[in-house]
Design a protein around this ligand. Structure first.
Ligand SMILES: [Zn+2]
Length: 516
C-alpha cells in the first residue's frame, strides 16, 4: 500500500495599490493569480492545490495591514483552513519589514507556510524564516525605490515643462540663473528660416545645402567646463536633430512623451508638424546607423583622446557595427591589443548606466542632452563618463556573445553584485533605526537573523560618502563571472572619516578592481 499523498491547501493572496500604474508587468490581480496558480500546479505531485476562495485586495497599499482580503486570509488561517499562502512577490504581502515579520510569526503560529513565486523565498523548505534573504529582498526593493525616486524627480520636472539641462540649441540661450531657456532673437530668426526652407525642400540633404548656403550654422556655445563648441555647417544628421526638437514648438519631450514647456515657442506648432511630416525620421532599418551618428563626437579613446570612428563588418548578411580608434589601431603593439568594441555593447551599456537618471529605453536625444563626453579604454573596457552637470562615473563595458536571442539570455544572466545588495541593506537598516521601526541593534540583529558583529560591519557602509554609496548601489550588473568589487576592498576606506579622503581612496580601489 502506498502512502497517501499529503494535501496542501493553498491560498493565493493578490494585491494591487491604486498608484501602481501600468508600468508594472504583473499589475493586475488576475496576472498575479495566474502566476501563483501555475506555481501550485507545478507542485501538484506534492499534493498542492489552490483553494477556490479568492483573497484579492484591489486598490490597497502594502504600507499597512489594514486590508479586507488580508483580514479574511488571517481569519481563514485561524480557522485552520489553509496550509500555505502563495504570493506573486513578497511586497504583495507587505511593504514594511516589521509588518512582514508580524505576518510570518502569525503564519508560523498557525503552521502555515509561505511562498513567493518570483523570489527565492519558500518557508516550506527552510525553517529560518526571518533570514538575511527576506531582509535582502527588502533591501533590493529599497534599491529599486531609490532608482525610481531619481527617475521620478526628473520625470516630474519634465512633465512640468522644466528644461532639464543639456547642450543649448540654436535659438535659445540658457538663462544666467540656469535651469531655463530664453529666446535668442537673432538665432530664433535663423531657426524660422530653417523651418521655412525645410517646408518646401524635397529632401533633408537639399535643405542642408540651402541652409549652409545662407550661412546659418549650428549653435556656437561654451560648456560650463569652459569648452568652446563652435558653430559648424549643417549636415543631414544635425539638421534632422534640429527639426525633431519639440522645444521649438513650445513643448518638452520626456520618454517619448511631449509636455508643454516653460520656454517660449519659436516656430508655429502647425509648421513644426508639417515639416516633420514632410521629412519623416529615418526608416526602421536605418535606426542603428542613426543612433551611432547621434552619439558620435561624444565618444573618445581613453588612450589617445581621439574621437571614435565606426567600422562595419558583415556576417551572414547581417551588418555589425564597431567603434574603433584609428590612431591607436595604427600603432597597435602586439602586447597591447586594441580590440574594437561593438556599438551595441557600448551604447547599450551606457543606456543601462543612465537608466536611474533617464528611465528605461532612453532615446539618443535624451542621452545627448546629459552626456558631455565618454572615454573608452580599449584595453580595460572601462568607460569613463562625464555628464553635462559635471558629475562623473565609470564602468566596465560588458562583453556580450552575439547570438540570435542574445537579448533575452543576456538579461537573465545579469545579476546585481553582492556589494550593491549589501549597500542597500545598510541603508535599509539605517532607515529602520532612524524611523524608530527598530529601537536597538539587538532587535535589528534578531529581525535580520544576522549576528551583531556582521550587522555592525554592514552598518559601517552607511558612513561612506554619499556619492560612494550611490556608486555602490548602482554597480553595473554582472554576468557569469565573479563580482568586480567586494566588501573587503572597502575596508581601508572605512577607516577614514573624511569624505574627500574616502573618495580618493575609492577611486584607486575602483581602478584596481576594474583593471585586472
Ligand atoms: Zn586612441
Amino acid at each position: 500500500m502506498s502512502e497517501p499523498t499529503p494535501v496542501v491547501r493553498c491560498a493565493i493572496y493578490t494585491r494591487k495599490s491604486t498608484e501602481e500604474g501600468l508600468e508594472q508587468d504583473f499589475n493586475t490581480l488576475q496576472a498575479q493569480r495566474e502566476a501563483a496558480e501555475a506555481y501550485i500546479l507545478s507542485q501538484k505531485q506534492s499534493g498542492w492545490y489552490a483553494l477556490p476562495q479568492t483573497f484579492d485586495d484591489g486598490g490597497f497599499s502594502g504600507a499597512n495591514l489594514d486590508r479586507p482580503a488580508l483580514s479574511k486570509l488571517l481569519r481563514a488561517m485561524e480557522a485552520r483552513e489553509i496550509d500555505c499562502v502563495i504570493v506573486y512577490k513578497v511586497d504583495r504581502l507587505s511593504r514594511s519589514l516589521l509588518d512582514f515579520a508580524r505576518l510570518l510569526s502569525l503564519f508560523e503560529k498557525h503552521d502555515v507556510s509561505f511562498v513567493s513565486v518570483t523570489q527565492d523565498f519558500n518557508t516550506t523548505s527552510s525553517i529560518g524564516r526571518l533570514t538575511l534573504n527576506i531582509l535582502l529582498s527588502f533591501a533590493q526593493f529599497e534599491r529599486e525605490i531609490i532608482g525610481e525616486r531619481t527617475r521620478d524627480k526628473m520625470s516630474a520636472a519634465r512633465r512640468k515643462g522644466k528644461w532639464m539641462g543639456g547642450s543649448p540649441v540654436l535659438g535659445y540661450d540658457i538663462a544666467l540663473s540656469g535651469g531655463s531657456l530664453v529666446v535668442n532673437r537673432a538665432e530664433a530668426e535663423q531657426v524660422r528660416k530653417i523651418f521655412a526652407i525645410c517646408a518646401t525642400s524635397e529632401t533633408i540633404a537639399e535643405a542642408a545645402r540651402q541652409i549652409n548656403h545662407c550661412g546659418i550654422k549650428t549653435k556656437d556655445w561654451t560648456s560650463r567646463a569652459g569648452k568652446h563648441h563652435p558653430g559648424i555647417a549643417f549636415q543631414k544628421s544635425t539638421l534632422d536633430l534640429l527639426l525633431r526638437n519639440p522645444l521649438y514648438k513650445g513643448q518638452i519631450s520626456h520618454k517619448g512623451m511631449e509636455y508643454p514647456g516653460e520656454q517660449e515657442a519659436i516656430v508655429e506648432p502647425q509648421l513644426w508638424t508639417r515639416v516633420n511630416q514632410r521629412h519623416p525620421t529615418g526608416r526602421k532599418g536605418k535606426r542603428h546607423r542613426k543612433v551611432q551618428t547621434l552619439l558620435a563626437g561624444l565618444l573618445h579613446c581613453a588612450g589617445c583622446g581621439a574621437e571614435l570612428s565606426v567600422r562595419y563588418t558583415s556576417k551572414g548578411g547581417i551588418r555589425y557595427l564597431y567603434f574603433v580608434c584609428h590612431p591607436c589601431q595604427k600603432r597597435n603593439h602586439p602586447n597591447r591589443t586594441v580590440k574594437p568594441v561593438a556599438c551595441t555593447d557600448l551604447e547599450g551599456s551606457l543606456v543601462r548606466e543612465l537608466e536611474p537618471m533617464l528611465g528605461e529605453r532612453s532615446s539618443s536625444i535624451e542621452i545627448r542632452q546629459v552626456l558631455e563626453r565618454l572615454s573608452y579604454d580599449f584595453v580595460t573596457r572601462q568607460a569613463s563618463v562625464l555628464l553635462r552637470d559635471g558629475s562623473r562615473f565609470a564602468y566596465i563595458v560588458p562583453v556580450t556573445k552575439r547570438r540570435v536571442s542574445r537579448k533575452a539570455s543576456q538579461e537573465k544572466l545579469r545579476r546585481v553584485p553582492a556589494l550593491s545588495r549589501t549597500m542597500a541593506l545598510a541603508i535599509t537598516c539605517q532607515r529602520l533605526m532612524e524611523e524608530g521601526t527598530v529601537t536597538s541593534y539587538e532587535e535589528l540583529a534578531r529581525l535580520s537573523g544576522l549576528t551583531r558583529g556582521r550587522l555592525s560591519q554592514i552598518l559601517l557602509l552607511a558612513n561612506l560618502a554619499p556619492e560612494i554609496q550611490e556608486q555602490l548601489l548602482f554597480l553595473p550588473k554582472v554576468g557569469n563571472g565573479p563580482d568586480r568589487i567586494f566588501e573587503k576592498d572597502l575596508r581601508p576606506i572605512l577607516q577614514v572619516a573624511e569624505w574627500h579622503e574616502q573618495a580618493k581612496l575609492f577611486r584607486s580601489v575602483w581602478v584596481r578592481s576594474h583593471s585586472e
